[in-house]
Design a protein around this ligand. Sequence first.
Ligand SMILES: [Zn+2]
Ligand SMILES: [Zn+2]
Length: 364
Amino acid sequence: MPGRGAAVGPLSLEPDEAPALPTPEWVRLKPRLAGICGSDLALVDGTASAYFDPLVSYPFVPGHEVVADVVAHDGYAHGRHRRVVVIPVLHCAVRGIAPVCAACAAGHTNRCERVAFGHLEPGLQTGFCESTGGGWSTEMVAHPSQLVDVPDDLSDEAAVMIEPTACAVHAAKRYDGSHTAIIGAGTLGLLTLAAIRATSDATGPIIVTARYPEQKRLAKELGADVVCASDELPRWVRSTTHSLVVGDQLTCGCPRVFDCVGSSDSIQQALQVVAPGGEVEMVGMPGNVSLELTSLWHRETAIRGVYAYTRADFDTAIDVVRSAGLERLVSATYPLRDYTDAIAHAANAGRRGAVKIAFDMRSH
Ligand SMILES: [Zn+2]
Ligand SMILES: [Zn+2]
């Protein structure tokens, strides 16, 4: 049975057509590697929420996990070669909106409320916006404020992990050092685990659910105390938090549960094992889900979204990628012409013993 994203839907390979620079200060980039994200797969196979319809502009070139070379031009870079990663969020400053919105002014550029306005077409990120192009290409454009220089000691494979790791670093800020459950051991789950371990000295037990052998091995390597199948999670949380059981519900639980899947089943399970007054951190992108929420009301728990990152999260992510050796999570790369195989591999990554799949444009 084909997995999520196995169909390539509206995706097609087009001749190079570099987007125009939106303003003279923008720069051209030549992507080296660009990762395939779960959100890309959802848009490609048509399972993404209609919520995104006004927040993307067609046709767009996907790819928001990008390592690229800056194309030298007059008045910029002064001849110095720059290898960069892109902070994809297309917030007020990138869109030429002044004054910036309240969220941007407070430093929360990931919560920008103007991602459908300004001098760019709508698009919450590079890779979902007609004006910018995306990483699955040989040329795209970016605003200088979106660029983060890659340290020389990091390989391209390490660098392509910086953007997803920045998401995980942002999520890890919700970690409180207590008993913690992470649901799912795909890219997001493994990176959230790595980010928590790299940014906190706390040693509270972390339980991770994983489905496939390679995911289980990596979760152990990256610092999980317990790795179990999802149907074993309630039992493990029960014993480590000394809970009683009432019906399907634990009487105690984990103060923080990181849901790195985002399905009805995973969110429901998160609510089953979260402590009274605790919080489910929604790291995976949910869509139209169906939930039984009586326990949320009765036990005063919460479900809270975790979206993207700020520049500071990118800076931290560089350290996490280096210290945790996250380039090992890049399982395979493909040339653009083999995009059908690449999408199929990414959509079935766990089952095929893989984590991150990326496109490789370095031979272009
Ligand atoms: Zn992504
Ligand atoms: Zn804004």
